[in-house]
Each structure stands twice: as C-alpha cells, then as structure tokens.
Design a protein around this ligand. Structure first.
Ligand SMILES: C[S@@+](CC[C@H](N)C(=O)[O-])C[C@H]1O[C@@H](n2cnc3c(N)ncnc32)[C@H](O)[C@@H]1O
Length: 459
C-alpha cells in the first residue's frame, strides 16, 4: 500500500481478484498507412506501395479488453516506458451509449440506434472496482519515473476511485484534481445541474514531467496591471497567468454539426486532451489510453507528434478511430486485435467485389475495383429494412495493393467525407500501381457494426 495513513477501500472480492492469470492471447496484426483516396478523380495518382518496417510507426491501436492488452504490453517489455496515461473509463452511469445514425438515401432512410458500449449501474460496483483496481496496478508499472496518469471520471464513481488511486499511487504522488466545467442543457428540476467532470492526476514519482500551461489574464487585470495590487515585484507575464485546476474554457462537443463531432457518445474535446498532453509529456514521450473510444488521444498525439498506444474493446470505437486517423492523414500505425484464448468468431458476411487489373504502360498497372454488394447476418440486421442500400452498411473500405499473404497492410482507404451513413460512400476506384508481372490485391470492408470482411485477388 502506497498511502501512508493505512486507510483503504475494501469490497468483498478485492484481494481475491488481484492475482493475474496467464491466459494466452491470439493476436492479429495489420498496418495502416493513411492515404484516403479521392475517388472523384478518374485516375487516382499513382500509389507507390509502402514497405512495412520502412520507418517507425507512430502508434498502435489495439482492439481488445484492456486487462488482456495491459498483460500483453507487460510481456512485451513496456514496463517503465510510458510517460503519460490518460483514461476515460465508463463511469458506472447505468447507460447504454449509442448514437442515432441515419441509414439510406434522402428518399429512403431509417434511423438506427447504433450501440457503442454499455455502462453498468450501481449493482455492478464491485466488479467495476475489481477490474479497475487490477488495471490501474498494471498501468502504474507501465509508467516511467517521469510518468503520470490522468483519470477522467464524474460524480457517479469518482469518490471511490480516488481512494483506490491513493492506495496504488500513494497520496504523496497526488498532483491535482482537475475540475472540467462545461455548459449544455439538462432536464432536471430536482437538483443543481451536474456540469463538471473530475480528472485526477497522479505521478509515478516526484520527478514527473510538468510543462506549465497558461491562461490569458482577465480584462481587469490587464487594465490595472498586477503591480498596482501586488507591488513592483510582480509584472504581467507575456504568456498569461498559470492555469488553475478548474477549466472552464473548453466546452463539451454539443453541436451535432461541429467539425469535431464524430457522433461517438462520450467523445471528449480534442483541446482537453491536448492540454493534458502538453502538460505532462515531451515530444519524445509515449502516451497511452486504455479506454480510447473515438481515438481523441491518438488524434491529439498526431497533432502534437507524440507516439501513442490506444486500446478499446468496442468494434465501433475502433472503426471510428481508424477513420478519424485516416481522415487527418496521420502517420502510419499498427492495428492489433487481442483476444482471449477462444476468440469470438467473425460474423458471417457476404461481400462481392470485382478487381480487374490490366497493363497500363511499361511502368504501371491499372487496377479497377468495384464493390458490387455487401450484406451481413449480424443479429442487429433484423432492425434494418431490406430496402436500405448496401452502401449505407459500409463504414469504409481499404485496399492492400501488394498483399503478401499474411498481415493486411492498408495502403489506401475510401472513407466517408462527412460523418453520415447514407449511400454517398464511393464503391468504385481506379488506381495505378507500379508495374509487376504478378501479385495479390486484398480489399477489406468494415461495416457499421465494426465487423469486417476481406477478399483477395491474384493476378
Ligand atoms: C467514456 S468512453 C471513452 C471516450 C474517449 N475518451 C473519447 O474521447 O472518445 C469509454 C470507452 O471505454 C471502452 N471500454 C469499456 N470497458 C473496456 C475494457 N474493459 N477494455 C477496453 N475498453 C473498454 C468503451 O468501449 C468506450 O469506448
């Protein structure tokens, strides 16, 4: 126990659950080189194949339960290598987080409730604490001596987690309780509107990274200057005043048409995560998020050129993140799937694709790809009418232009221009690739449920 007062939170299963078993993993690996195709052009400019291992990837997106992923990272030697962990776990809010998406075209559409993840209620308090308790211990060991963890919660569960964090990280390593305040409506008339989240900041040691962040001085302070109040020793600093532990200047993503809004419930603003990364990491830092949702932490790391590791168990979270990173033309990254001993079987789907290749010139081969149809027997398909176009069911698709028979290497991607699920997704593309006599092309389609299906063509 790291805290020095001997007080700790106890629940029935607590000490029974802390042993970490040695389950085996099955892992599937892919490489993603974000290059969104502009399929409006008849000929896409030549796409030069990329070679895996040519340069260091910027990140690693892992689909899987974070306990499994944390064990894997321990086995792979990541202990002490991570400078910053940001986590935004479920809050025990008893909610089914879903987004309402509009499928079909403007004459024939339906609203579909796409489930992203389920957050249990208070009856699951013990199992919630069990899982988080083990995960936090494993996360602590990943942190470097200059490392920190930021744990994002709200009123539902923050009081319990704070006590656990004290126990694991030690009260002496508690740095800040950040209060993130935001606006927005709320229906209640029985109590004050609950309009803030809490972010607990703990460090691994006293040598933690801290890059001070500043806020603009208030108008009044600028007008009268500090000197008049505090004396000649104090001058206004050009960078502003040191930031406080309550943040009111970043709002929630509320507008459905906001550029940032990916229609992912619980998505956090990019500026919030960027502030945390700017505060507690350096450009050479590795940053991790084990409840990564829509991939805000990866997007922030891309903008700030940090290395990252992200993990989420929800297939919808993973496909949202991939599209987000492709759209922003992020650096290339690894995409791993980690499963327990007996992996879930893929949902059967029916994908019809044609790939026609022909010699274009001495230098190039022309590749014409068309997705003819797609259907899946995902259990939720019953809720989707038979007339909804197959294009609406496809989230995005990717092509490996030089498939080597093992790992899929996504070399170009066709994604949706806007965050919508109508039939505007292009299903035809023409690409020129450097000439070779023979080879293989793999086309992978990811659907709105986060499932995927691949077809391989040899020429
Ligand atoms: C509050 S959301 C995170 C939102 C994220 N910060 C963003 O900006 O989009 C919590 C995420 O944790 C994921 N999650 C819940 N339990 C998990 C587990 N055991 N392992 C991995 N991910 C988990 C959910 O799928 C969900 O995407």
């Amino acid at each position: 126990m790291e805290n020095n007062h001997g007080v700790r939170l106890v629940w029935n299963q607590k000490d029974l659950e802390t042993q970490i078993d040695n389950q085996s993993f099955k892992q599937q690996r892919e490489f993603i080189f974000p290059r969104p195709l502009n399929v409006q052009e008849l000929f896409t400019p030549v796409v030069e194949p990329v070679t895996i291992g040519q340069s260091r990837n910027s990140g690693r997106l892992i689909q899987g339960d974070n306990l499994e992923v944390l064990k894997l990272l321990h086995d792979e030697g990541y202990k002490g290598k991570v400078d910053l962990i940001y986590i935004d776990p479920p809050y025990l809010s008893e909610s089914r987080y879903s987004s309402r998406i509009k499928l079909g075209d403007k004459n024939n559409y339906q609203i579909f409730e796409r489930l992203v993840f389920i957050d249990e209620g208070e009856e699951s308090l013990e199992s919630y604490l069990d899982e988080l308790y083990i995960c936090l211990q494993l996360m602590k060991e990943l942190l470097s001596t200059r490392g920190s963890i930021f744990v994002h919660l709200d009123w539902h569960i923050s009081h319990y987690v704070r006590v656990i964090l004290d126990e694991i990280f030690g009260t002496k390593n508690f740095i800040n309780e950040i209060v993130w305040c935001y606006g927005g409506g709320s229906g209640t008339r029985r109590h004050f509107h609950r309009k803030h989240d809490l972010i607990f900041w703990y460090s691994r040691s006293e040598d933690y990274i801290f890059n001070p962040q500043y806020r603009p001085y208030s108008h009044k302070t600028v007008e009268r200057g500090l000197t008049r109040i505090k004396g000649d020793k104090y001058n206004l600093r050009s960078e502003g005043a040191l930031m406080q532990d309550w943040w009111t200047d970043i709002n929630k993503i509320l507008s459905p048409t906001a550029y940032e809004n990916l229609k992912f419930p619980t998505q956090k603003p990019l500026d919030l995560i960027k502030r945390i990364i700017a505060t507690a990491s350096y450009p050479d830092s590795l940053v991790a998020d084990f409840y990564s949702g829509s991939g805000t932490t990866a997007a922030a790391c891309e903008e700030m050129e940090r290395q990252w590791i992200l993990c989420d168990s929800s297939p919808v979270a993973i496909t949202t993140t991939i599209q987000r990173l492709v759209k922003m033309q992020a650096r290339h990254f690894i995409y791993d799937t980690v499963t327990r001993k007996y992996p879930k079987l893929a949902v059967p789907s029916d994908l019809e694709v044609t790939v026609v290749t022909q010699v274009h010139s001495e230098e190039y081969r022309r590749v014409d790809i068309e997705i003819i149809s797609y259907s899946t027997i995902n259990e939720r398909m019953e809720e989707i009418g038979p007339d909804i176009s197959f294009k609406s069911l496809i989230e995005f698709w990717e092509v490996d232009l030089d498939y080597q028979g093992q790992e899929f290497c996504s070399q170009v991607q066709v994604i949706r221009e806007k965050v919508q699920w109508d039939d505007s997704l292009p299903v035809v593309a023409t690409i020129l690739i450097p000439f070779q006599e023979s080879g293989s092309i793999a086309v992978k389609v990811s659907d709105i449920f986060g499932e995927s299906c691949t077809r391989i063509f040899t020429y």
